[in-house]
Design a protein around this ligand. Structure first.
Ligand code: FAD
Ligand code: NAI
Length: 475
């Protein structure tokens, strides 16, 4: 017998960025909200994703800064890594942020259910105990209902045949983030966002890294000029990148393993990091008769407002087939709440969402790549400017990278509406803001060129690139 505990305006399943954003935003709009979370509030992003990954990348940045300090006349000596302290700091950052989200949920009177949620018909969500509490005498399934339900179950790591994750030799991002020491050698399978961030971080900390990517280039989705800068930087720093390769398995041996690559040399390594994408966390989530459908890969199927096939049930974040980014999850969470409130929200333009990849050099972009824009039939004009000519980049000693802007060509041949802004270089994840606004505001080159950029800044390079497209130039 399952007792019915409560009825809510909205029941959210999953407490990651998508789920907690819907709960916080919905509660701020006056809705009575329940949030069901089976493992950890903050989800992948706060616990084993964005935050710990960026914290370790920042550690690599500090290491580089100290190692290069003599160039500035600061003699700090050879830096030493105390990995236990690194891990403690990373965990402290994670714990503080998770604690902050919990406080916000409490402050907005969101009821958090600690358990595994499964959706049944008629908006019924069964919450079962998980983990240590499972089978505990004092805990049993409860059932809660909502006028609306938001599925925000997120995603989990996946691997490939022949690479069983053991957490010591073969790891996914979950294990890398808590590894007990920095390995001497590493093979990274998959040169996407996770692969490039980890390759960069480990290489900066002294690991000899080989990236094995199945496609002809790393960083799928990035403009080719951006990818080229990252590939050259990796090569210069001794990261070997092999593209268009197929890994077939590995042979564990003394102190590591040997990764077999079809048609290419095997690679001996201490650890293998499998970063070949993630899969939606939807197995067992939907009981019979919900009316919610999933596709072949397990993604919940939704329309442009994140509505599933069942009236009153929305799905958001990594469990739907949209860009798997925390801020996209936030945005979809808010969209779902606005829709629940009957406010006729604008769908998200997924092609124009901002991307930030925190490898060195950093990558940030919004909008069309040059190739995709041409393929879609746009007549385009583009311009590129390099950080090597930027005064702030010279001051901080990080001159690798460029800004590239793509605009639609007007009938008179001049550059018109800005279609894409692509950046690679120092702190570009913090510089994308104005490019993102320009793309999403559908601003023209002439409109943006009229704005003043502060000097000396890295963001001047965006202004220089835009100005170049007007036919006149300063730098
Ligand atoms: P998740 O964060 O996966 O959260 C889902 C939550 O739901 C989990 O806590 C899970 O326990 C819970 N759950 C699942 N099923 C149930 C159930 N049935 N009942 C109860 N609870 C359930 N994105 C960025 O934007 N920027 C970055 O820099 C970035 N870096 C990343 C680095 C790494 C290493 C990884 C792995 C990911 C990174 N991402 C980044 C992606 C980002 O973490 C995800 O896009 C984001 O976490 C998705 O949010 P979500 O709420 O949809 O899902
Ligand atoms: P991804 O989809 O970005 O990249 C996976 C890569 O692995 C692709 O290049 C793919 O071609 C390659 N691949 C797949 N199978 C392979 C195989 N058998 N052998 C060799 N290569 C293979 O996935 P990733 O890096 O795992 O990240 C998952 C998602 O998490 C990203 O798509 C992104 O949405 C999110 N993320 C975002 C970050 C950010 O915004 N800074 C950072 C990390 C992750």
């Amino acid at each position: 017998m399952v007792p019915t505990a409560e009825h809510y305006d909205v029941v959210v399943i999953g407490g990651g960025p998508g789920g907690y954003a819907s709960a916080l935003y919905g509660a701020s709009a006056g809705l009575n909200i329940a949030l069901v979370e089976k493992r950890w509030v903050g989800g992948t992003c706060l616990n084993v994703g964005c935050v710990p990954a960026k914290e370790l990348l920042e550690t690599a940045h500090v290491y580089r800064t100290v190692a290069g300090a003599a160039e500035f006349g600061i003699n700090a000596g050879e830096p030493q890594i105390d990995w236990a302290v690194t891990q403690q700091r990373k965990q402290a950052v994670v714990d503080e942020l998770v604690g902050g989200v919990k406080q916000l949920l409490k402050g907005r009177k969101v009821t958090v259910y600690d358990g595994w949620g499964r959706l049944g018909p008629d908006h019924k969500v069964t919450v079962s105990p998980v983990g240590e509490a499972e089978g505990g005498e004092d805990r049993q399934d409860i059932e809660i209902t909502g006028d609306a339900v938001i599925i925000a179950a997120g995603s989990e790591t996946r691997t490939i045949p022949g690479f069983e994750v053991d957490g010591t030799i073969v790891m996914t991002s979950d294990e890398v983030l808590s590894m007990p020491e920095v390995p001497g050698t590493a093979v990274v399978i998959g040169g996407g966002a996770i692969g490039c961030e980890f390759a960069s971080m480990m290489s900066d900390l002294g690991t000899q890294v080989t990236v094995l990517e199945a496609l002809p280039k790393i960083l799928p989705g990035c403009d080719k000029d951006v990818t080229q800068v990252v590939e050259r930087s990796f090569k210069r720093r001794g990261i070997e990148v092999r593209t268009g390769v197929k890994v077939t398995g590995h042979q564990p041996g003394d102190g590591g393993t040997v990764v077999e690559v079809e048609g290419s040399d095997p690679v001996k390594t201490e650890v293998v990091v499998v970063s070949v994408g993630r899969r939606p966390n939807t197995e067992g989530l939907l009981l019979d008769g919900t009316g919610v459908t999933t596709d072949q890969r397990g993604f919940v199927e939704v329309d442009e407002r994140c509505r599933t096939g069942a009236p009153g049930v929305w799905a958001i974040g990594d469990c739907i087939d949209t860009p798997a980014l925390a801020h996209v999850g936030f945005s979809e969470g808010m969209l779902a709440i606005d829709d629940i409130l009957g406010e006729d929200p604008m769908p998200i333009e997924y092609r124009k969402v901002p991307w930030g990849i925190y490898c060195r050099p950093e990558v940030a972009f919004s909008g069309w790549t040059e190739d995709d824009a041409k393929e879609a039939g746009y007549d385009v004009v583009s311009a590129k400017h390099r950080y090597s000519a930027n005064s702030r980049a010279k001051i901080i000693g990080e001159q690798e990278g460029l800004v590239k802007v793509i605009a639609e060509r007007n009938a008179d041949g001049t550059a018109g509406v800005i279609l894409g802004v692509h950046m690679v270089g120092p702190w570009v994840t913090e510089q994308l803001g104005q490019g993102y606004l320009a793309v999403n505001w559908e601003a023209t080159v002439d409109e943006v060129a009229a704005f003043i950029q502060p000097h000396p800044t890295l963001s001047e390079l965006f202004g220089d690139t835009i100005q170049d497209m007007t036919g006149r130039r300063l730098h």
